[in-house]
Design a protein around this ligand. Structure first.
Ligand code: GLP
Length: 261
């Protein structure tokens, strides 16, 4: 089962994940990070930026792969995930821009973009630590319900629920693209360590389904149960639908320190 860590809030989650990433980079200076967008990981990126700065961590060799991208947003749009990753990750952390990739959502050549991205991840030796959020539909990356658990990077149609949820980042709901390109669930499962973050009551049903529900394409997040090393970090509200809360708290309180997350 996934390890579930219940924290007071996003700041504490951020400190935990930042600690794990700094330890990874110290051991492997060209570590490959899997980067999620959305509001969930923002506090984690902020904590990581602080740690890198305060502890003078050399991140020049760190590589990154974003999970997903919208298809067909006009160049320069602030919600292009390339722009989001630059603004929220590459610049504050001081990563080398050329070493951080985002799937190419340009409609010209989109039919090859998925396979190109897969090749690039394999050529980099795979993702060491993948940060994940989870959508209210249960999606990870942009793998909406029904996505094959073996899927690789490809173009998907967004659900109306996800378009509505993400409309807050756009001037008008109709500006949210219909299509995206996303790492598949099979791609995500190849990362060596998955760290899934979720905060707030709205995420509680998706977290419960992902951690304790049946493994099903209908709940893409449930694919984490197939992975040998997944850490789920949630606040009390996002954890509120979990059945085995007492056990998760007990296991965390008694976890050998050497294990890390
Ligand atoms: C977004 C992203 C996902 C993200 C999820 C949750 O649309 N494509 O990678 O994990 O939906 O978003 P948020 O973190 O804003 O709740």
């Amino acid at each position: 089962m996934a390890e579930v860590v219940i924290v007071p809030g996003e700041a504490e989650a951020g400190e935990l994940v930042a600690g794990a990433i700094v330890a990874l980079i110290r051991e492997k200076p060209d570590a490959v990070l899997g980067l999620a967008t959305g509001s969930t990981p923002i506090a984690t990126y902020q904590a990581l930026a602080r740690r890198i700065h305060d502890d003078r961590v050399d991140v020049r060799g760190v590589r990154g792969f974003a999970l997903d991208e919208y298809v067909g947003l006009p160049p320069g749009h602030p919600e292009h995930y390339r722009a989001v990753i630059t603004r929220e990750v590459v610049e504050p952390l001081g990563l080398t821009p050329e070493l951080v990739r985002v799937p190419n959502g340009d409609p010209a050549g989109i039919e090859h973009a998925g396979a190109d991205y897969e090749r690039a991840i394999v050529a980099a030796g795979g993702v060491d630590l993948q940060i994940l959020g989870i959508g209210r539909t249960g999606h990870i990356g942009f793998n909406e319900p029904g996505s094959s658990l073996a899927s690789l990077t490809r173009v998907k149609t967004l659900t109306e629920q996800t378009r509505t949820d993400n409309a807050r980042f756009f001037d008008s709901p109709s500006d949210v693209p219909m299509h995206c390109i996303t790492q598949g669930i099979g791609t995500i499962l190849r990362a060596r360590h998955l760290v899934l973050l979720a905060f707030g009551e709205a995420k509680a049903p998706a977290v419960a389904a992902a951690v304790e529900g049946p493994v099903s394409a209908n709940q893409p997040g449930s694919a984490i149960q197939l992975h040998p090393h997944t850490t789920v970090i949630v606040d009390e509200a996002a954890a509120s639908g979990l059945e085995h809360l007492d056990y998760y708290r007990h296991a965390w309180a008694n976890k050998p320190a050497w294990q890390g997350i």
